[in-house]
Design a protein around this ligand. Structure first.
Ligand code: PRP
Length: 217
């Protein structure tokens, strides 16, 4: 329903390293893992609640706190760039169930008149989603929003409405955020940076280039 920025200093630091054209593949991948972990912690801090529990220390009984809902988390990996990002998220949510969706922009077809891209979905495997779940859909780049909207269409068509639906990206463009927010007002949009704009090819500017290529090729 709103766009939230991940403002942790280490998130900005790590994203800046990812933007740097000199950051080579191994460091790029590691940076995405680190950013995923930080974003996971930020989700816990900002979107989840703690409850008091009795804890037995080796000396006495005391009150401790635990995060509610940590066992009801589903992380959806939008292939391919999200893979290292999700690896980081899993450090914050080790018990998360995972889904995978292969969705990509048909760049040869070019952008439609409204600026969106046609999206091809090739492979989908999702765990069952319940109404207690926090579902995190992770994709480091949210450009025109075409990929995310196709992914969310698929998820919402095939499952009940979860307690929290979080769209997590590292860099996003204003157009993409507006589109996803417009089509899925129930989703919370979380991103480390809202960049200036999209270029004519639909790349985020200044952005970080093609995250999939930089991590994998
Ligand atoms: C990139 C990126 C997003 C998508 C964002 O993926 O990882 O999934 O584009 O663009 P959009 O918001 O305009 O849809 P790409 O299609 O290049 O696939 P890849 O991850 O396999 O490289």
């Amino acid at each position: 329903d709103d766009a939230y920025l991940v403002t942790h200093a280490l998130a900005k630091h790590t994203l800046s390293q990812l933007r740097d054209v000199e950051t080579e593949q191994v460091s790029f991948r590691k940076g995405l893992v680190k950013l995923g972990r930080i974003c996971g912690y930020e989700i816990i801090d900002g979107r989840m609640e703690t409850e008091y529990v009795e804890i037995e220390t080796p000396l006495e009984t005391t009150m401790g706190e635990q995060v509610r809902g940590l066992d009801d988390v589903v992380i959806i990996n939008v292939l391919r760039a999200a893979t290292p990002f999700v690896e980081g998220l899993l450090k914050a949510f080790p018990r998360a169930r995972q889904g995978v969706i292969s969705a990509s922009r048909d760049e040869e077809a070019g952008r439609e008149e409204d600026g969106s891209f046609p999206i091809t979905i090739d492979y989908v495997k999702l765990p069952e989603i319940t109404e207690d779940d926090t579902v995190i859909v992770a994709d480091p780049m949210l450009a025109t929003g075409s990929t995310m909207c196709a992914v969310l269409d698929h998820i919402t068509d095939n499952s009940v409405e979860p307690e929290n639906l979080i769209v997590l990206s590292a860099v996003s463009a204003p157009d993409g955020l507006l589109r996803v927010d417009d089509e899925f007002p129930e989703a919370d949009l979380l991103t480390v940076s809202i960049d200036d704009k999209l270029d004519d090819d639909g790349f985020i500017v200044p952005g970080l280039g093609d995250a999939g290529d930089r991590a994998f090729r």
